[in-house]
Design a protein around this ligand. Structure first.
Ligand code: ADP
Ligand code: MG
Length: 699
């Protein structure tokens, strides 16, 4: 069976060597299986048609019923066109051809009812269709299934005569060839419980639908299957990890944790923080390795949770490390965590790319001999030269900034992989998290610390800059501090850099010494200079911080109350949200000002309006997902998201929910898939592992 599906398309009726070559090159269709899974990208309802007197004034693709009453060739600058009058007796439209006149003229009959199909063109009140598909009304009425698939095509294909009709024919031949050879891959009890049609019916219907209802049922079934096997694999992976990968259990809650928790917490934890600490505690206590994602909106207080986990490691004689994506953030964590732990007399090391050799060498020694319990740092921590005596816990902050490979490096920092906690403020919609991070356990901090005042977000045009300067002045007089952030996008670095420097200069002019001090931080500065400028702002020596997005993640200056984002239209929603999260951290009322020019794209408008409307990270993430699609949202570094053929994470959250339910149920009952009723799954998975795509399990 599998062999049949792997046959090259050259053997298919209607596909000669030339067409095969084209289909391979243009659409990547190599085997019968590829063609089978080449799903239509949309459908046209061909049961509906208009007469020329009724057609709507749109440029949609429609069907028109009429007869050709007249045909003539009209000369034009280059060549000529064939024009037919298509009439219902009273009204008419024109059908136009720019090629193939002779053949068309010969094959068409005058005064016989046809259905013409194509896109409407309007010129004033005159309507025409260029290169329509024409079918006798008689044939049209006899044809079964008025619901017609439309396949993706390329210009090269169309030019070589592989039209929609030909594509449909090829797929027809495919089904003749494979007969009823499509095998079911889902267990019977799942089909029944979730009311799914069998696979053969589903695939046939997707290519040859008869009506909307049948099509929807077929599509649901294939979406379910597609998501099912992704979830099943993730679920199995997770189970496998839990069963076979021995972790480093933190049996004790000891003196360090207790002393800190009872005597030195700087504030009472929120209920959500307490809950996630309990969830993490349960993981760490168990024999299995922890691999958990901690999700919490900007400012929800993930850092203190990280600190508590590190103390659990220490209580069990283990080392812990916290890795952040930028030097600024690592430094800030180092400063604040050292301060928090001061009463416990615990040493906290800092390792970044700019740590000098004289400091680095003894630091590495202390890590290797185990005398330094905690290390905070950047990517530098991942380097091979950094070894721990007994690393029990590795925490990654702002994990979306790290790739999978980098995470893997942390796994290898100990003979037994350390427990892993990855933290993110990117509010990934749950549907996406379930798919992308299905092999991680998920904890969510869904509550902000008390007393946070909502941030007022406003949109201002560049032309209103003077009013904004005035507003800044008023806030600075009250003792507040201001961020002004510029975009810095890789491709246009030079220009962006100029914008930043111009902006900086105009601010320095507007806010002169000695009354005002302005800091600047950007990627071209040395780490030392950045740290120096950052420190001046943190300690309140400067009132304004002009920066690129290096301050986007994690920076915490509670006294800052205004975030001004220049060229806000150039930022993505999650970035804007992260930036806004830098303010509203202290006692005073905070503002976020989005500056833009007055010409905005549709997408940019939606982004800005959404920012103004809501501060809810999850709502923002949903909008972001619908604007950009999941691939983008995860960032290119995340290879966790698979390209789906039919499922759409934007729209199919409800399917995914059922799928999750089904998979959980199966794995709970039969984690090894050894029951007879699950033999289809075993077979399908074996095939999956052989191929790259999750679709290779078919056949
Ligand atoms: P994020 O989740 O964005 O990393 P942080 O851990 O930086 O958030 O916390 C943001 C701010 O909130 C910090 O100033 C922190 O001290 C404060 N904070 C965290 N938890 C609480 C709490 N339970 N009560 C009051 N303030 C808190
Ligand atoms: Mg943080």
């Amino acid at each position: 069976m599998a062999v049949l599906f792997q046959k090259p398309i050259d053997y298919l009726k209607g596909v000669g060597p030339n067409r095969a070559q084209l289909l391979k090159k243009e659409l990547g269709l190599h085997t019968l299986q590829d063609v089978l899974y080449f799903f239509p990208h949309r459908y046209i309802d061909r049961s509906q048609y208009f007469t020329p007197g009724q057609i709507p004034k749109t440029t949609a693709e429609v069907q028109v019923l009429g007869s050709i009453t007249h045909m003539e060739t009209v000369k034009q600058k280059r060549g000529s066109r064939l024009v037919a009058t298509f009439s219902d007796g009273q009204h008419s439209i024109e059908l136009v051809w720019f090629r193939g006149h002779q053949w068309i003229q010969k094959s068409l009959q005058l005064n016989k009812p046809y259905i013409a199909f194509g896109r409407l063109n309007w010129f004033g009140n005159k309507c025409s269709i260029a290169h329509p598909e024409l079918e006798f009304l008689e044939d049209h009425e006899q044809r079964k299934g008025n619901f017609q698939p439309v396949y993706s095509a390329t210009e090269a294909l169309t030019k070589s005569g592989i039209s929609q009709r030909v594509m449909r024919q090829i797929i027809g031949h495919l089904f003749e060839e494979i007969g009823s050879g499509i095998q079911e891959v889902l267990p019977n009890h799942i089909l029944k419980q979730y009311q799914l049609v069998d696979k053969n019916t589903a695939l046939t219907t997707i290519h040859f639908p008869e009506n909307q209802e049948g099509l929807a049922v077929a599509q649901y079934r294939m979406k379910f299957e597609e998501l099912f096997f992704v979830q099943l694999q993730l679920g199995l992976k997770k189970l496998h990890r839990k069963q076979h990968l021995k972790g480093i259990p933190f049996v004790e809650i000891g003196q360090y944790f207790n002393s800190f928790f009872h005597n030195h917490l700087p504030f009472p934890l929120t209920e959500a923080q307490k809950r996630v600490v309990r969830e993490i505690r349960a993981d760490l206590k168990s024999e299995a390795q922890m691999n958990r994602l901690l999700q919490g909106d900007v400012g929800s207080g993930k850092t203190i949770v990280a600190v508590l986990c590190m103390l659990m490691a220490l209580d069990n004689g283990m080392q812990a490390t916290l890795v952040a994506p930028t030097e600024i953030l690592a430094q800030q964590h180092h400063t604040s965590i050292s301060k928090l732990l001061k009463p416990l007399h615990v040493n906290v090391g800092l390792l970044t790319g700019s740590v000098k050799k004289s400091v680095r060498t003894p630091l590495l020694e202390q890590l290797a001999d185990g005398s330094l319990p905690f290390l905070i740092g950047t990517h530098a921590v991942l380097e091979q030269s950094v070894t721990f005596k007994k690393l029990g816990l590795a925490i990654i902050d702002e994990q979306h900034r790290f790739g999978v490979a980098q995470r893997a490096k942390l796994w290898r920092k100990n003979s037994v992989p350390p427990n892993i906690l990855v933290m993110t403020a990117t509010p990934i919609p749950r549907t996406l998290a379930m798919t992308a991070y299905g092999d991680l356990d998920l904890s969510v901090i869904d509550e902000l610390p008390p007393g946070r005042k909502p941030i007022t977000t406003i949109h201002r045009l560049d032309s209103k800059r003077l009013a904004i300067f005035q507003f800044m002045r008023e806030e600075i007089i009250k003792g507040r501090q201001v961020y002004v952030v510029y975009p810095l996008i890789q491709e246009s670095q030079v220009l962006d850099y100029k914008d930043l420097m111009d902006g900086y200069e105009s601010i320095v002019r507007e806010f002169p010494l000695p009354d005002y001090q302005v800091s600047i931080v950007h990627g071209k500065m040395s780490a030392e200079d950045k740290a120096y400028e950052m420190e001046r702002f943190v300690s309140g020596k400067t009132q304004i911080m002009v920066a690129t997005t290096v301050i986007e993640v994690g920076v915490n200056v509670p006294n800052a109350s205004i975030m001004i984002i220049e060229s806000a239209e150039r930022f993505g929603l999650s970035q804007l949200h992260q930036l806004r999260g830098r303010v509203g951290r202290g006692a005073s009322k905070s503002y976020c000002v989005l500056m833009t020019g007055n010409k905005l794209s549709q997408d940019a408008q939606t982004r800005i309006q959404t920012m103004v409307r809501t501060q809810d990270g999850f709502e923002l993430a949903e909008v972001d997902l619908s604007l950009r699609g999941p691939g983008d949202l995860m960032g290119t570094q995340q290879s966790g998201v698979l390209p789906f053929l039919i499922a759409n994470l934007k729209k199919d959250g409800h399917v995914l929910k059922s799928v999750r339910h089904a998979v959980d149920q199966i794995l709970l009952q039969d984690a090894t898939l050894s029951q007879e009723q699950h033999s289809v799954l075993r077979a399908a998975l074996t095939l999956t592992q052989q191929g790259k795509s999750i679709w290779k399990y078919i056949g």
